[in-house]
Ligand binder design. Structure first.
Ligand code: PEP
Ligand code: MG
Length: 325
C-alpha cells in the first residue's frame, strides 16, 4: 500500500467520477514544508502562526515573521498558503503575555478576541503577512470568529495596514483572499451572512465539536461526547458548505476530522472543497478519494443527515464506503 501511495505524490486529487478535490496540509513551522512536499500536498490549508510566538521570551518581531511567511510562500511555489493569524489562549499559553488565569480558558480571552484588543501585536503580524504576500499565493484567515463585527473589524485593520504600507511604497499583493475559521457554532449558524463578506471558510472541527457538544476537547471524562460524526455536527457543517456555495465561496476543513478515513466520504457527500490535514495523511486520503464517487456520496447526503446517532453514521460509512469498496 505504501508503494501505491508513493506513486500518487505528483498527482492531483480526483474522485472516481472525475471531480477535483484539494488536499492541503496543516503546518506549524516553515520546517514542516519538506514533509508537505514529500507527501504531495497541494497547498497549506492551515499554517498555525502561533508557533512563531511560542517557546520564547518575547513577541517575534515583524522581520522574523516576515522571513517565516516568505519562506513558506516561496517553498510552496505559488500553491495556496492559508496563514491563520495568532490563535493563542485555550490550550496554548504565552508566558510573556501575562494574562490573568481564567475559569474557562476555552471560552475566554483568546485568538481574535485578544488580537482585537492587543492591536499593536496584531498589526505587526498583519504587516509581516502583507509584505510577504508578493512571494506566493497568500490567504489570510482569522481564528475564533464569533460575530460579524469581529470579522469586519479584523478586515478593516488589515485594510488599514495595507494602505499604510502601500502609501510608503511597499509592494503588497492585490489578490490576497481573506477568510475565517468556522469553529464557533454561532458563526456556523450565521454562515449565510458571513458568506457574503468572506472569501472562504475553513471549518475548525477540533474546536467546533467541543463547543457544539459542550465537551472540553482536553477532558478525558467527557471524551465520549466529543463526537465529530454526530449528526448535529454534520448538519452544522452542511449548513456552512451550502451557505458558502450559494455565494460562490469555497470551504475547507482544517480540523483533525478532515484527514480521517471515516470522515472523508461524509465530507465528500457534504460537498467540502478543500481538506487540510497532517502531511502524512495526504497520500492515503488521495488514494481513498480516487476510489470514491462524489456523486454517489452526495446521493446519500439526506439519508446521513437524517440519522440520529454517531454510531449509526459510523456504521453506515463502514458498510457503504469502506468494506464494500
Ligand atoms: C480547530 O479548532 O479545528 C483548528 C484547526 O484549530 P486548533 O486545533 O489550532 O484550535
Ligand atoms: Mg481551533
Amino acid at each position: 500500500q505504501k508503494i501505491e501511495w508513493k506513486r500518487l505524490v505528483n498527482l492531483r486529487t480526483v474522485s472516481a467520477d472525475g471531480y477535483p478535490i484539494e488536499l492541503a496540509a496543516n503546518i506549524g513551522t516553515p520546517e514542516d514544508i519538506q514533509s508537505v512536499l514529500e507527501n504531495g500536498g497541494e497547498g497549506i490549508g492551515l499554517y498555525r502562526s502561533e508557533f512563531l510566538y511560542m517557546g520564547r521570551e518575547q513577541l517575534p518581531t515583524e522581520e522574523e515573521q516576515f522571513t517565516a511567511y516568505k519562506t513558506v510562500l516561496e517553498c510552496m511555489e505559488g500553491k495556496p498558503v492559508v496563514v491563520r493569524t495568532l490563535d493563542i489562549g485555550g490550550d496554548k499559553e504565552l508566558p510573556y503575555l501575562n494574562f490573568p488565569k481564567e475559569m474557562n480558558p476555552f471560552l475566554g480571552f483568546r485568538a481574535i478576541r485578544l488580537c482585537l484588543e492587543e492591536q499593536e501585536m496584531f498589526r505587526t503580524q498583519l504587516r509581516a503577512l502583507l509584505r510577504a504576500s508578493v512571494y506566493g499565493n497568500l490567504k489570510i484567515m482569522f481564528p475564533m470568529i464569533a460575530t460579524i463585527e469581529e470579522f469586519r473589524q479584523a478586515k478593516a485593520i488589515l485594510s488599514e495596514e495595507k494602505e499604510k504600507l502601500q502609501s510608503l511604497g511597499t509592494a503588497v499583493s492585490e489578490s490576497i483572499e481573506v477568510g475565517m475559521m468556522v469553529e464557533i457554532p454561532a458563526s456556523a449558524m450565521m454562515a449565510d451572512l458571513f458568506a457574503k463578506e468572506t472569501d472562504f471558510f475553513s471549518i475548525g472541527t477540533n474546536d467546533l465539536v467541543q463547543y457544539m457538544m459542550a465537551a472540553d476537547r482536553m477532558n478525558e471524562s467527557v471524551s465520549y461526547l466529543y463526537q465529530p460524526y454526530h449528526p448535529a455536527i454534520l448538519r452544522l457543517i452542511n449548513n456552512v458548505i451550502e451557505a458558502a456555495h450559494k455565494e460562490g465561496k469555497w470551504v475547507g476543513m482544517c480540523g483533525e476530522m478532515a484527514g480521517d478515513p471515516l470522515a472523508i466520504p461524509l465530507l465528500l457527500a457534504l460537498g467540502l472543497d478543500e481538506f487540510s490535514m497532517s502531511a502524512t495523511s495526504i497520500l492515503p486520503a488521495r488514494s481513498q478519494i480516487q476510489h470514491l464517487s462524489r456523486e454517489e456520496a452526495i446521493g446519500y447526503k439526506e439519508k446521513i443527515l437524517a440519522m440520529s446517532t454517531s454510531e449509526e453514521v459510523v456504521n453506515f460509512v463502514k458498510e457503504q464506503f469502506l468494506l464494500t469498496k
